[in-house]
Design a protein around this ligand. Structure first.
Ligand SMILES: Nc1ncnc2c1ncn2[C@@H]1O[C@H](COP(=O)(O)OP(=O)(O)OP(=O)(O)O)[C@@H](O)[C@H]1O
Length: 692
């Protein structure tokens, strides 16, 4: 029997290759022998007798006809768009302008028509090389001819070369009277089934993703409402439903103006994009933020986030409580700083202004003039008030501990370094303020490191190798004469210039004696209240004595005197009761729990890193040293050099622990009986419990 043969004839190889692979895909080649001949090859290759000739387009009929055998019939193929990239076409938004790009005018119009007929919802403009087209077109669709797409068009969807449609295959099978056409249609359907499956998987995936996002948005603490570009509500989360008392099914898809409470809707209208505002609604204050949703340059709607201000305040409160528990909070405000004299008021006025800036502040003034108080007030009046305030006292901590405390250390940096490393004060103060008190006591090595931190605004932990950027405001303070220290070579000039950006001089109390009476009144009020007692007054002699006294310890000393009086006087304080006019008489008796107290002092000193220093000081005092200068010299001889400020600080601590008695004026200090007991305790502990 003569073999059934189809001969495809076309101008281009591409068409022929495409049609042959379609024959294999659909199984046509299993029933019918396939030939493919280019028009220009016809003079050399003859068409098999009796073959059915299928030409790609009517326009080549005159070129083909002369080579077709008598026994053969010619039909013209009808063609369809292949949709190999159906997804790309479906992703094109509704209503946009699309250029349909083909190589010739005829195919461009033909393909545009096919695309329209297939139900696509966009505006289609046929295009072929040299044709005009609207300038604002941004998307092109082409059946396998991307090389003809105008260069400026960014998005190109290539749907693959056109193929022969089912009606042509039907005509071929009808011609040969072949009964297998059902298989061809079934296979043609396969690709659609495949695409449909793919889409259905994606729909399922999108559905899951939607649910997933919904559950996330429902879990966030803010109330969320999403509107489309026409202000129809597209989404509300549970928090929004609860806060506004909405019924979800009634609001999703409805217009915001009609279904939200009218005064709430009005608040939304007032809210500018990306601006945080506080809005009063239903007797409550809300925090509002509106954002536009823009995708690929198109405005798709807006998103509203809102929350009761009280909830935010609570969060803030909790955060502050955490800082409190770590001791990272400044408790004083400007209102807590007393002082009416014009010179002091001027200082406060400058400090208030400085608070708003971010620059480094240097507080200068004698001990007790309120430098730390002012540093805290500046922090609390600055934009950093909600962030940590970290105070570092350079006289209060030993040199060996200071570096690792300031900058932190990495695990294994030294023997005894904590596992996981340790955060330093600079790191703790990130975003907040660090207060470098008694900066004049910083050693040369520490000054070098401080200078680097101030210059580079980054730190490196001890034993670490990575830099940690920090955003910190620095407030430094000293009662020392830094310019003199620079001249003497004990303070770095470049560090001084880095610190001395906004200097504030706190006047000593003796230079503003007019404040003394008023300050006494304030402290009398404070301590009478604290001690739940009736306020007392000072006799005119006592007041006069107070006003004439030099106050070397400034306001701290004045405050201490008033606190003392609040404990001892009845209704009036007399001159003889003023402690600075009396001899020191304090000598605490050993108590039953003396060993416990010694143990407490021992661990306190050990924690601060200067246990050995305290013991040396006590031993020197026991051997007869008394005045601070003699003591300082003797300590230096035993290899312990410290500044007079550091020594003063340590003596103060020893006094607080009742290990020494500090006399007034030139009297110096003496070891107390508790101090002697402490020395014994120290030796016993060092010798594993045995007395030496
Ligand atoms: N202007 C003031 N109003 C109210 N209290 C003050 C004032 N100045 C100082 N004080 C009191 O004096 C105490 C000491 O103040 P502060 O520690 O700020 O002084 P300082 O200058 O930092 O001292 P030092 O140099 O010894 O560290 C404070 O705890 C506060 O009670």
């Amino acid at each position: 029997m003569e073999k059934k043969t189809v001969t495809f004839v076309a101008k281009m190889d591409e068409f022929l290759q495409n049609v042959v692979s379609q024959c294999h895909e659909l199984g046509v080649s299993e029933d019918i022998h396939i030939e493919a001949i280019r028009v220009d090859q016809l003079p050399l290759r003859s068409i098999s007798p009796g073959a059915l000739v299928v030409i790609s387009t009517n326009s080549i009929m005159p070129l083909v006809e002369p080579y077709v055998p008598q026994s053969s019939k010619i039909i013209v193929a009808t063609r369809m768009l292949p949709y190999n990239n159906l997804r790309g076409v479906l992703e094109i938004p509704k209503g946009v302008k699309v250029l349909l790009v083909s190589d010739t005018e005829e195919t461009a119009f033909e393909n545009a028509e096919l695309l329209r007929a297939s139900g696509m919802d966009f505006d289609i403009y046929p295009y072929y090389p040299g044709a005009d087209y609207p300038a604002d077109i941004e998307i092109a669709v082409t059946p396998g001819e991307p090389e003809h797409v105008p260069a400026h068009i960014r998005k190109v969807v290539d749907i693959g070369s056109r193929s022969i449609d089912l009606s042509t295959w039907l005509a071929i099978y009808a011609h040969f009277n072949s009964g297998n056409f059902q298989r061809v249609t079934a296979r043609a359907m396969q690709s659609l089934v495949y695409i449909t499956k793919q889409l259905s998987n994606e729909i399922q995936h999108a559905h899951l993703l939607g649910k997933y996002l919904e559950s996330i948005v429902n879990r966030i603490e803010d109330a969320v409402i999403a509107f489309d570009e026409k202000e129809l509500i597209r989404f509300v989360n549970q928090k929004a439903i609860d806060t506004l008392n909405l019924v979800e099914s009634q609001v999703v898809g409805a217009s915001a103006a009609s279904c939200l409470p009218p005064d709430f809707y009005e608040c939304i209208q007032q809210c500018e994009e990306n601006e945080d505002i506080l809005v009063d609604w239903a007797n409550k204050t809300f925090f509002f933020r509106k954002m536009h949703i823009v995708m690929e340059g198109s405005f798709l709607g807006s998103l509203l986030l809102f929350r009761k201000a009280a909830e935010i305040e609570k969060l803030e409160h909790d955060y502050r409580m955490r800082l409190y528990s770590k001791g990272l909070v400044a408790k004083y405000q400007f209102e807590d700083i007393y002082g009416e004299s014009p010179s002091f008021q001027k200082v406060i006025q400058i400090a208030r202004k400085i608070a708003r800036s971010n620059s480094t502040v240097l507080l200068l003034g004698e001990t007790g003039t309120g430098k730390e108080l002012l540093a805290q007030a500046i922090h609390n009046a600055s934009p950093r008030r909600r962030e940590p305030f970290v105070g570092v006292n350079f006289a209060a901590i030993s040199e060996t501990l200071l570096e690792s405390e300031l900058f932190g250390y990495e695990e294994g940096a030294f023997t005894g370094a904590r596992k996981g490393g340790h955060m330093g004060w600079f790191e703790l103060a990130h975003k907040g303020t660090i207060f470098l008190d008694e900066i004049g006591d910083a050693s040369g090595a520490i000054q070098n490191r401080l200078l680097r931190v101030l210059q580079e605004r980054q730190i490196m932990r001890v034993g670490g190798n990575k830099v940690i950027p920090t955003d910190i405001r620095v407030i430094a303070a000293t009662n020392q004469d830094l310019p003199r220290m620079i001249r003497e070579g004990s303070f770095r000039a470049d560090l001084y210039y880095r610190l001395n950006i906004l200097p504030i001089h706190l006047p000593p109390l003796r230079s503003r004696r007019e404040d003394i009476g008023w300050l006494i009144q304030q402290f009398v009020k404070k301590y009478s209240f604290d001690l739940r007692r009736a306020p007392f007054t000072l006799t005119s002699e006592a007041l006069k004595a107070m006003e004439q006294y030099e106050w070397p310890g400034n306001i701290r000393e004045l405050e201490n005197v008033v606190e003392y009086l609040a404990h001892v006087v009845e209704e009036e304080a007399y001159v003889y009761q003023l402690p600075f006019l009396r001899e020191a008489q304090d000598s605490p008796l050993p108590t039953d729990g003396l060993a416990d107290e010694c143990a407490a002092s021992y661990s306190e000193f050990e924690k601060r890193g200067f246990l050995e220093e305290m013991v040396l000081i006590l031993q020197n005092l026991k051997q007869g040293a008394s005045g601070r200068y003699v003591l300082q010299e003797q300590l230096e001889e035993t290899g312990l050099a410290m500044s007079s400020q550091q020594l003063r600080y340590r003596l103060k601590l020893l006094q607080q622990e009742e290990l020494i008695h500090v006399g007034k004026g030139r009297q110096g200090s003496q070891i107390s009986s508790k101090g002697e007991a402490f020395l014994t305790y120290f030796h016993v502990k060092r010798n594993g419990g045995k007395l030496t």
